[in-house]
Design a protein around this ligand. Structure first.
Ligand code: TXA
Ligand code: MG
Length: 320
């Protein structure tokens, strides 16, 4: 794939970014913190492509970027503390982890299937793009997994050139450091990731001390063993189906006894890992029902996104 690089100020550059994102493409967009690898947060295949382009070994939850408070409210529930923080710091480098709104249409891959969503209102061209698209953008930092976060278009190009459609160049980022992530919880405010907004600024704004999560750095709830686990038992690498098992299928191959399956969900009939990734959390959610006691999952290749899919399935199947 050819990656185009356009100056964010160039005539038609924002239009091009909006068109590309609307078609499910990936665009590296400058924000005041770092360049983000953006995709339509409501399009599962676009979100799956973000993980693939980054080479992320697992589906960490992503931040949903919004352009105004209305859009934030469409996806998340903001209590008084959250509203005060939003008023004081948005647009700006503060991310709030909030309860997902009941009617939110953010794809479950963005939240890694959690009931909370990380929301941020960025500054700069990203904001204009979100407003014109009319949907939130999912955007982790625009670098390959394990590399430093990119603060120039050139960094992005070196890391992701050839893997994404477009890079918007607005020069070096103002902060060059990711947003601070906080989570209101039980009347307290929890610091999940230190970042561009200081602890002092936040404590000043809310008149409360921040609580630091035990251990330092990012708390990634997506890494915890039982988060993806449906109520029933999950059997992986299934090459046959036993009576009463619910089948999660991948690809066009057949497994012995599939006519005995109580139900069947196809992650991707064509064996497309991107499609399977986009469908995975929805499939697990559908099977998380009291009448589903046993689930058999066909083998899924471990290359590309298959590694992350298998990682999540292993957590779903882990003894608990
Ligand atoms: O400055 C930034 O925040 C940049 C720019 C592009 O906006 N984005 C960024 O995204 O740093 P990322 O994916 O590298 O880091 C987001 C982190 C994830 O690692 C995850 O741990 C946390 O946010 N996160 C996302 N959703 C969460 C949730 N529901 N609960 C707890 N943590 C969450
Ligand atoms: Mg990052």
């Amino acid at each position: 794939m050819d990656t185009r690089i356009l100056s964010a100020q160039a005539q038609g550059a924002i239009d091009e970014a909006v068109r590309c994102l609307g078609a499910g493409g990936l665009v590296a967009v400058p924000t005041e913190t770092v360049y983000g690898l953006a995709g339509d947060a409501m399009n599962g295949q676009a979100v799956a492509r973000i993980f693939e382009a980054k080479g992320r070994p697992s589906f960490n939850p992503l931040i949903a970027h919004v352009c105004d408070l209305d859009m934030a409210r469409q996806i998340a529930a903001l209590d008084a503390v959250a509203l005060a923080l939003a008023e004081r710091f948005w647009p700006g480098p503060l991310t709030l982890v909030l309860p997902l709104a009941a009617s939110a249409r953010v794809h479950p891959l963005v939240t890694a299937g959690l009931s909370t969503v990380a929301v941020r209102m960025p500054k700069g061209p990203a904001s204009e793009i979100i407003r014109r698209l009319g949907r939130p953008l999912a955007a982790p930092s625009a670098n390959r997994s394990g590399r430093v976060s990119p603060t120039t278009a050139d960094h992005v190009n070196r890391s992701l050139g050839g893997r994404i459609e477009l890079i918007l160049d607005a020069g070096p980022c103002a902060f060059g450091l990711e947003s601070t992530i906080v989570k209101p919880e039980g009347g307290e405010l929890l610091l999940l990731r230190p970042g561009a907004v200081t602890v002092e600024e936040i404590e000043d704004a809310i008149g409360l001390p921040l609580r630091t999560a035990s251990g330092s750095g990012i708390q990634a709830p997506g890494q915890m063993a039982s988060h993806y686990a449906p109520a029933g038992q999950v059997r992986l690498e299934a090459r046959h189906v036993e009576a009463g098992e619910h089948l999660v299928a991948f690809g066009s191959g057949r497994v012995e006894g599939e006519e005995k399956a109580a139900s069947r969900i196809d992650l991707s009939p064509d064996g497309d890992l991107r499609e399977a990734a986009a469908n995975l959390f929805a499939a697990l959610a559908r099977l998380d029902a009291p009448d589903v006691e046993r689930i058999a999952v066909m083998p899924i290749p471990r290359h590309g996104l298959g590694l992350a899919i298998n990682d999540r399935l292993a957590r779903a199947a882990a003894p608990r």
